[in-house]
Design a binder for this molecule. Structure first.
Ligand code: CTP
Length: 475
């Protein structure tokens, strides 16, 4: 028997005490029934009365009792379900019931195409809320911005190939798309379509796009399809989608809960005079993605952000806006004292003008010489005061001898890991939505990752931080 998301035990072991002990921890519980122990019926009935039991599957033939628990993590959660045009829409009233049973409040949006597959009346009845189909109903405007702000999560299920293409490309011709574009909460997408549509390159491109926008994809299942063919493309079963959401909100998915993180991102601007500065092309996208990935794992993040057009609405990320390398240094040093993790992704200016003119420098005959002085190296100075429990990650943007330079920075700046970017890689570096990184650590060989979205690269970096912290604890 093991605890965790799934565990199983024999009916002999499944005493009431064991059930009580594990009922809070398990998502999925299987009891192997023993023919010699007819009291399994008693156990089964006991499960049925538990509040957080979602679904029981009793198979005497296979001598199995499967119990799917719902964590209390969905209790009180506000969920928007967007139903779009796919045959799998017929499963959504059941899905709504499961969510409500798990303690969630559900508001349903529907596209015109979906109304051919499921009745809005059924969905309104099970969700106990009117089902919204249009941006306006007669004289009433369905405030998509308010809906987007109301929700703790939005799930598009089933997500048809057509809606997927709209979500991937920012098309906004119905209420589902308008709410999706307004939503600040995590969005889950459960595609459903025939296998050939699913495997079509355009669908796959759209999938990669929506994934890169930090949406959560609930994988399609393999099985019988509406066309009669058997293959990939079925919408995940409602029970699996509930498990997915439940796991997202569960504490088990938050290994950084209670920890504080500092992330620097973006460029810095070093003023020459009131209208000019020395800066660089960093967009801040990579650092923001890291801040969000850390926050997704439960960390309370302070994002020290240089001048950038990008932003984040993540509820666990507090953004401190700075302009110059010196301001970034001051803000980062103050936050680092309390931080467990620091990721310095900013492209900090190494030099600033020695003098900053208070008036605009006027054009004159001949050349203009600016004298530059060094800025503080934030990563190196944090490396000097780093405590044993702190994890410090730096970046290195290189154009040549990449690994050698990155390793030098790792050692000289006392970092635990350097995320190496090479400007020689297409699709990597400033401004792109993708990145190709290599993770350089002192204890083991570098990990070269493929070109991926910055959101995916951020998740890989955070996973590596978790490993580093785990390894530190176990030595
Ligand atoms: N960094 C910093 N403060 C600076 C310069 C860099 O904190 N004044 C950090 C960056 O945020 C990054 C790492 O140091 O995490 C490496 O930055 P990079 O610009 O690649 O290297 P430098 O140390 O500036 O060296 P060089 O420009 O010569 O490659």
């Amino acid at each position: 028997m093991r605890t965790g998301l799934t565990f199983s035990c024999s009916a002999v072991q499944a005493s009431h005490a064991i059930l009580c002990k594990f009922i809070q921890n398990a998502l999925h519980f299987t009891i192997h029934l023993s023919p010699q122990k007819p009291d399994h019926i008693k156990i089964y009935n006991n499960f049925k009365t538990q509040r957080n039991v979602l679904h029981t599957l009793h198979s005497v033939k296979n001598r199995n009792l499967q119990v799917l628990f719902i964590h209390m993590s969905l209790q009180g959660k506000k969920i928007i379900l967007a139903v779009t045009g796919s045959i799998a829409a017929y499963k959504t009233p059941h899905f709504v019931r499961l969510l409500i049973k798990a303690g969630a409040e559900v508001k349903v949006l529907i596209t015109d195409a979906a109304t051919h597959f499921v009745s809005p009346l059924s969905l309104a009845t099970v969700s106990k809320h009117p089902v919204l189909a249009n941006v306006s109903d007669g004289a009433t405007w369905n405030n998509h911005v308010e809906l987007g702000l109301w929700a703790d999560a939005m799930i598009v299920a089933p997500c048809s190939a057509n809606t997927l293409a709209k979500l991937a490309n920012g098309i906004c011709d119905n209420l589902v798309c308008a709410v999706y574009l307004s939503a600040r909460c995590p969005v889950f997408i459960a595609p459903a379509m025939d296998e050939d549509m699913w495997l079509h390159p355009s669908t796959q491109v759209n999938m990669n796009k929506v994934r890169s926008y930090r949406n959560h994809i609930i994988p399609v299942a393999h099985g019988e399809l509406a066309s009669g063919l058997v293959g990939e493309g079925r919408m995940a079963e409602p029970e699996d989608m509930v498990k997915h959401l439940s796991r997202f909100f569960s504490e088990e998915n938050k290994p950084l809960k209670g920890l504080k993180a500092l992330v620097t991102a973006g460029p810095t601007y070093e003023r020459i005079d009131p209208v000019r500065f020395i800066g660089n092309f960093s967009s801040g996208k990579m650092g923001i993605a890291i801040a969000e990935a850390l926050a997704d794992k439960g960390a309370q993040v302070t994002l020290v952000l240089g001048p950038s057009r990008e932003h984040t609405y993540h509820s666990l990320v507090n953004t401190v806006h700075v302009e110059s390398a010196h301001e970034m240094y001051e803000a980062s040093t103050a936050v680092f004292k309390e931080a467990d993790i620091a990721v310095l992704a900013a492209a900090v200016a190494d030099y600033k003008p020695q003098e900053q003119a208070t008036e605009k420098i006027k054009k004159k005959e001949g050349e203009l010489t600016l004298t530059l002085t060094k800025t503080q190296d934030i990563l190196a100075s944090l490396g000097k005061i780093k405590q044993p429990g702190q994890t410090l990650i730096g970046f290195a943007l290189e154009t040549n001898n990449e690994l050698e330079h990155a390793t030098k920075k790792l050692n000289e700046k006392n970092a635990d890991m350097i995320v190496l970017n090479s400007l020689r890689d297409t699709g990597a570096g400033f401004g792109h939505d993708t990145n190709k990184i290599t993770l350089v650590r002192s204890s083991s060989s570098p990990i070269a990752l493929p070109l991926q979205s910055k959101a995916e690269a951020a998740i890989a970096i955070v996973d590596q931080i978790l490993e580093l912290r785990h390894a530190k604890k176990t030595v």
